[in-house]
Design a protein around this ligand. Structure first.
Ligand code: SF4
Length: 425
């Protein structure tokens, strides 16, 4: 695969190693114009016009580091496809939605989505070091290219403080690691000082698109607030470089557990063998391949969407064929705010009250025989009341109410037959 020698690229002539390795230099010198981009990769006039037209939808900004990974001549390069706008982004698909996951709808205060019972998504900036062309949050990403102000952040922290069911907060954006160390420490320290917040998570692409951001200073700061978890987004094996591997090693050495959330993208990574290589590569750099996301219904990204079946096929090619550690969950994030739904191949083929028929990755059918006494008696477990009382207090939403007999059925808000009986009365 051809790659660039950054010292030969006109745009970066004379840039010292010290500057190149400084994340602030990387962010300040992002590629934001077609003229700059033309000094790095070949672009014809049609492509240049298309970039101009699509910028109204989501701004372009590419760190010099990430741009240096581009194939200068091949437009199919996965780095280039994730970073360089195309005319396709100006097209609206039939199913496209501005806020497909209802993140704004489910926000009790601006920037804080409270969807699941015990956790929330906290956006602290709309800035990213690189604006991914497939971004699901493109309605906000890059809006101001700045961090959110103190007042909004304080409201989010206050909401978490007065919501005792919260156990963890996911800091995101934009990219939360575009915020400088002092401000980030302020937010994390405020959250960790709340007694019911057990840990903080960071959702960031910095290890992939600007690994220079993962400094020893940042790692020392994060160490003070453990447990701090971090999820990043490697989408292609080409993104696993010496620099990104070193950034992940610094975080892992600082005790930060690392997970990866790939997005399944047509023309970039929609191949089961490529995804197997990515999963195996991530394990080598101590990153858990945690999720593969089905691409969301956000506006202007239909050209990146694959079938759901492609994701199921990818899981089929992983399970059994490589270590269980390399198995991500394939997730469809439900449009309308229903949350993450894991989808995969079916392994339970049939079932009676005595036998379960299962199939393995080879297609072998096998039978698991249930024990003679197949009833569990959790109330007999060691200190059962204590564990149950604590967890029941945190969450008993959804199907749990059916399991525990509080409800006979879960019904949509407007069920036609209920409406009919209301009218009749
Ligand atoms: S880093 Fe995340 S929020 Fe920023 S553009 Fe990429 S996907 Fe969107």
């Amino acid at each position: 695969m051809p790659s660039l020698n950054r010292k030969e690229v006109p745009l970066w002539k004379g840039v010292s190693d010290g500057e190149w390795n400084d994340w602030k230099w990387q962010v300040a010198n992002r590629i934001v114009t077609v003229d700059q981009l033309r000094q790095v990769i070949d672009i014809d006039d049609d492509e240049a016009d298309a970039i101009g037209r699509s910028l109204g939808k989501l701004r372009m900004a590419i760190t010099p580091y990430y741009a240096s990974l581009m194939d200068p001549v091949d437009p199919r390069c996965p780095i280039r496809m994730q970073a360089v706008p195309t005319e396709k982004e100006t097209r609206l698909g039939k199913a496209d939605l501005l806020d497909p996951l209802h993140e704004d709808v489910d926000s009790p205060v601006p920037g804080l989505t409270h969807r699941y019972p015990d956790r929330g998504l906290f956006l602290i900036t709309d800035q990213c070091s690189m604006y991914c062309r497939h971004c699901t949050r493109r309605r906000h990403a890059g809006e101001t290219d700045k961090a959110y102000g103190d007042e909004q952040i304080k409201k989010g922290i206050e909401y978490v403080r007065r919501t005792p069911t919260f156990r963890d907060v996911l800091l995101s954006g934009g990219d939360p690691l575009t915020v400088d160390d002092d401000r980030l420490e302020w937010v994390i320290s405020e959250l960790r000082a709340i007694p019911h917040v057990d840990f903080v998570r960071l959702g960031t692409r910095m290890p992939v698109v600007c690994p220079q951001r993962i400094t020893d200073k940042l790692c020392s700061m994060l160490r003070k607030y453990h447990p701090v978890w971090l999820n990043t987004q490697f989408n292609h094996p080409k993104e696993i470089t010496k620099e990104s591997a070193e950034a992940c090693a610094r975080l892992a050495d600082a005790g930060v557990p690392l997970g990866n959330q790939s997005v399944l993208l047509k023309g970039i990574n929609d191949c089961p063998y490529l995804m197997r290589e990515l999963s195996q590569g991530l394990l080598k750099i101590r990153v858990n391949p945690y999720y593969i996301y089905q691409c969301d219904l956000s506006e202007g990204i239909e050209h990146f969407r694959t079938s759901v079946g492609k994701g199921i096929q990818i899981i089929e090619y992983l399970r059994g064929h490589t270590t269980g550690m390399a198995q991500p969950l394939f997730i469809v994030d439900a449009p309308g705010g229903g949350g993450k739904i894991p989808v995969g191949p079916n392994y339970v083929v049939s079932q009676s009250d005595r036998k379960v028929i299962l199939r393995n990755y080879e297609g072998v059918l096998t039978v698991y025989t249930e024990p003679d006494d197949n009833q569990s008696h959790p109330e007999d477990l060691y200190h059962w009341e204590e564990y149950t009382a604590r967890q029941r207090h945190l969450s008993r939403e959804g199907l749990i109410k059916l399991f525990e007999g509080d409800l006979l059925s879960l019904e949509p808000a407007h069920l036609d037959r209920r409406e009919r009986s209301k009218k009749g009365r």
